[in-house]
Design a protein around this ligand. Sequence first.
Ligand code: UD1
Length: 427
Amino acid sequence: MAKYLVQGGLPLAGTARVHGAKNSILPVLAGSLLNGSKEKIRLKEVPLLGDVRAMLSILTRLGAQVDREGADLLLQTGALDCYHVPDVLMREMRSSIFLMGPLLGRLGRVRICYPGGCAIGKRPINLHLEGLQRLGAIIEERDGYIEARGRLRGSEVPLVYPSVGATENLMLAAVCARGETVIQNAACEPEIVDLQNFLNTIGARISGAGSSMIKIRGGTELRGGSYRVFPDRIVAGTFLLAAAVTRGTVTVEESVPEHLAVLTGFLKRAGADVAVNGSAVTVSAAGRLKGLSGVETGPYPGFPTDLQPQLLACLALAEGDSTITERVFNTRFHHLPELRKMGAKIELHGHRAAIRGVEGLNGAVVRATDLRAGAALVLAALAAAGESEILEIKHIERGYDRFPETLAGMGARISREEAVREEASLG
Ligand code: UD1
């Protein structure tokens, strides 16, 4: 099992280039299954994150041909022949749920077991299933499996909550449905816009993504094409928060500043300097941040739940008290016990974390419990005095490509170590 070793206490200074968004690449990869032609899809500059590898394994098992050309991926999905997603791969990550829409649309049938993913709370899929039923799917749930079948037809699909995954799954299914589908109360995240743009590039007719009403005119034959997803706003936000927590200066290049506006607004309120120059965003903090009260996570354009743990790690070192309320997932505070090991003073009241800022944190041995909680521990370790070990980094590597290398390029003392096997050390 690999781990990160961090010698904390150094301000970061430098520039980071952010890779493509994991949460765009995954539904886009699922969407590539909709291309029944012989033409290839080229996805440009795809980082081989843990979750991306897992999705590629699934696509290959379903009959897709996947090739790498430099940093690009080439996908040929004309000869899809399997409607059952292998259980072991399905359990590896929650995003495999996106496969329901395209497989159902393309093959008229799909069978999956309940998906896995980050341990950040109850993650039901009722909105996905109800939406597919509105499109005419017949769904049976038995012995831990979900099987859906039927020819899809366009329909109105109102969502009771703007779920990102359900919106994406329904867009993917609706591309194959006959007639028009209208998703109401759709999620407005940039990743939804990315999926729309990709699907339209390969021949779909979708409009409205980024607003709460998305229209899909289904029934078109999809083809090959070339696409590059948006830069990852959560990775970008993590680097900007790394600047703030280490009292350094970091520029994130080739970002979309608008996607980071709520975060940079909070950072300004907390006393950091923020400068935007075209697609580059710079955050610098000369001293301690000031505490922030009333931070709440929410669907876009609200503050992203995927940056909550990292912001919380920064506020643990701020001057004064802060509060963060988690409104998207019900148990997304597994990082608190680990941050407390480093000296953070945080209490949890239901979904609200009350943070009493401390002057310094100490290095410790801590465990990443999920992807973003793991990133938060790295930020805390970068600011802490002394050495930290971060265990279970497989969670972090699901979503951050070359994370230690990028941080080290900005002056951090961080390395990735493969743990020595016990047998070897005994030998
Ligand atoms: C996606 C992101 C994840 C991010 C989240 C919220 C991907 C691969 N993952 O996850 O990183 O944290 O959006 O921005 O894009 N819900 C239901 N029923 C459903 C579906 C969702 O009750 O059928 C609830 C969930 O339990 C959760 C909330 O809705 O409390 C938000 O979930 P959703 O927006 O669906 O998130 P994901 O698509 O799982």
